[in-house]
Design a protein around this ligand. Structure first.
Ligand code: DX5
Ligand code: ZN
Length: 222
């Protein structure tokens, strides 16, 4: 399964409804929704109330990437607002098992997120329990950053770990992915690819989404 997830944070929020619809026409599989609190990461974005407005108008799954302190406090609100996938970082969570169970009990898919500077060995245990691992290929906080090349090697390592420990688990990659490297990340093991500026900076968002989705499918058809 190869899924494309536009990161709507990178969109033009004056026209976000139209832009989301364009990505859906272009073949988007889920919407990636970045939540930042100004503490865990040096930026602030939108919360669960705005997510619920999107939910009312869109039937695609919404993938909420929580870059926040105290995620357990807010997870029920995000599920209630309509998030279908929820991911939380390993770096600020000594009770990751509890958090992952909470997300699952509430009926959402549960993911763990790993920053570029975090050893993959830290997620070895929780890999048994998650529905997906989100590998960051930039430091979280902003869209439009450059892809960290070592992420390809990390993807390959993570794929080996996933195949051995939990073959059902999906691997998602997030940060700096564009036309120029989307095939490479799929070939290295990504099942779900998040693209922000690589979609929303295009003039024709629908065509750009379709182009990226086709590149992902081409990568696996050879
Ligand atoms: C970064 C976010 C990403 C980001 C992706 O903290 O988690 O989802 O919006 O944007 P691009 O694809 O532009 O790097
Ligand atoms: Zn993200």
């Amino acid at each position: 399964m190869k899924l494309l997830a536009p990161s709507i944070l990178a969109g033009d929020w004056w026209n976000i409804g139209e832009q989301i619809e364009a990505t859906i026409r272009g073949g988007a599989d889920l919407l990636h929704y970045d939540v930042m609190d100004g503490h865990f990461v040096p930026n602030i974005t939108a919360g669960y109330e705005i997510l619920s407005q999107i939910r009312k108008r869109v039937s695609l799954p919404i993938d909420a990437h929580l870059m926040i302190e105290n995620p357990d406090k807010y997870i029920p609100k995000f599920v209630e607002a309509g998030a279908n996938w929820i991911s939380v970082h390993i770096e600020n969570n000594p009770h990751i098992h509890r958090t992952i169970q909470l997300i699952k009990e509430l009926g959402a898919k549960a993911g763990v997120v790993v920053n570029p500077g975090t050893s993959l060995s830290l997620i070895e245990e929780i890999l048994h329990y998650v529905d997906y691992v989100l590998l960051m290929s930039v430091n979280p906080g902003f869209s439009g950053q450059k892809f960290i090349e070592r992420s390809l090697e990390r993807l390959r390592t993570l794929k080996e770990m996933r195949d051995a420990i939990n073959p059902e688990c999906l691997i998602e990659i997030d940060g700096g992915i564009k036309e120029s490297n989307i095939k490479e990340v799929v070939l290295a093991g990504a099942d779900v690819v998040v693209v922000g500026s690589g979609i929303f900076s295009a003039k024709d968002i629908e065509a750009q989404t379709r182009k990226l989705k086709n590149l992902m499918l081409e990568a696996v058809s050879v």
